[in-house]
Ligand binder design. Structure first.
Ligand SMILES: Cc1cc2nc3c(=O)[nH]c(=O)nc-3n(C[C@H](O)[C@H](O)[C@H](O)COP(=O)(O)O)c2cc1C
Length: 235
């Protein structure tokens, strides 16, 4: 689409409504069907994701998608390392929040545990819920999202925009996803499996495929804070 086409074609009310519906209906899915995504469609959607803006158009995202045998080998390798507490993160993350951020973290955690029937004292159930991340929630595909080693917080912002573009493009085609920081808990193992250099730094992974909507973990709907808690308007 040319820029002039954009200027001439102001989105219709229907298009605006459809877009709002697309944005608000995306959610993190934590149970997938085994059905694979068509490889050609995958290429199209990963290309769409690259339309994201970035500082100086640097496009600092580096993505590796695993499916089939490489997906299975990756899951096994992560189970044997991250699953056993061997953590090697390129970007530190302790998952400890406080105040209102802690409340939001607790809300989604409790929703998920409740859906899965995991009680407060159920350590084994909580561990199992953690390990499901490393099985990619049975998703047939996972995108590991890296950036070059010179990149810092500015470029991580660019990569976040790219990742959201990707998840929305997937969603627009009926394909669900779950972004997962846990998939970056052992960057060395992921690099080893992908046979890539340490010059690529791992931010997170995104499991994707078709959602199994019969599963209770896909019924949760984390809330959003009101607009006034995040956004101030000035005149
Ligand atoms: C960068 C990033 C990392 C995340 N990591 C995980 C993860 O490791 N495991 C998980 O189950 N969910 C993870 N999530 C999903 C969040 O829990 C989820 O986005 C949040 O609760 C809001 O829910 P929604 O995505 O369904 O709107 C992550 C989300 C983002 C954006």
């Amino acid at each position: 689409m040319s820029i002039s086409a954009l200027e001439d074609n102001k989105p219709s009310q229907n298009q605006q409504d459809d877009f709002a519906q697309l944005l608000t209906s995306r959610r993190s899915v934590r149970a997938f069907l085994p059905d694979p995504v068509d490889p050609e469609l995958m290429r199209k959607l990963f290309t769409l994701a690259t339309s994201a803006p970035s500082n100086c158009n640097s496009q600092p995202w580096l993505t590796h998608v695993v499916s089939g045998a490489s997906r299975d080998a990756m899951s096994e390798a992560l189970m044997h390392t991250v699953g056993e507490g061997e953590h090697v993160l390129d970007f530190p993350y302790d998952g400890k929040y406080s105040g209102v951020y802690r409340e939001r973290q607790l809300e989604v955690g409790l929703m998920l545990y409740k859906a899965l029937g995991v009680t407060r004292e159920d350590k084994a159930g909580k561990r199992q819920a953690f390990l499901r991340n490393l099985e990619f929630f049975d998703a047939p595909h996972v995108a590991f999202i890296f950036m070059p080693d010179w990149a810092d917080i500015r470029e991580a912002v660019d990569v976040g925009m790219y990742a959201q573009n990707l998840m929305l493009s997937l969603h627009a085609h009926g394909i669900a996803s779950c972004p997962q920081t846990i998939l970056g808990y052992n960057a060395d193992v992921v690099r080893e499996q992908l046979e890539i250099e340490s010059s690529q730094k791992l931010l997170f992974g995104i499991s994707f495929g078709y959602a199994d909507m019969s599963r209770p973990e896909n019924q949760i709907l984390p809330s959003r804070a009101s607009l006034s808690e995040s956004t101030q308007f000035y005149a």
